[in-house]
Ligand binder design. Structure first.
Ligand code: SF4
Length: 79
């Protein structure tokens, strides 16, 4: 399964199948990511207001590359 959101031109994709629930992304960007009842990451209800730099950093912290980021030019910048 996957889910994606766009933030000021950055597209973030969650691959729930890879997430191991470490919570790194949640700690860095709690307004964007949360863990569901199965300890798998999901987007919060209103994630769009976060600073894009924080989002990129949060995604880069994922130990299993479950979070990918595509920039405005279509380049994958994380992982
Ligand atoms: S950092 Fe990666 S493994 Fe950890 S909760 Fe976030 S998506 Fe899941």
């Amino acid at each position: 399964m996957s889910a994606s959101r766009t933030f000021n031109g950055l597209t973030v994709d969650i691959n729930e199948d890879l997430c191991i629930g470490s919570g790194n992304c949640v700690s860095m960007a709690p307004d964007v990511f949360r863990l569901n009842e199965e300890s798998v990451v999901e987007f919060t209800d209103d994630p769009e207001g976060e600073d894009p730099d924080v989002i990129v950093e949060a995604c880069a912290l994922c130990p299993v590359d479950a979070l990918s980021v595509i920039d405005e030019q279509g380049e994958q910048i994380v992982p």
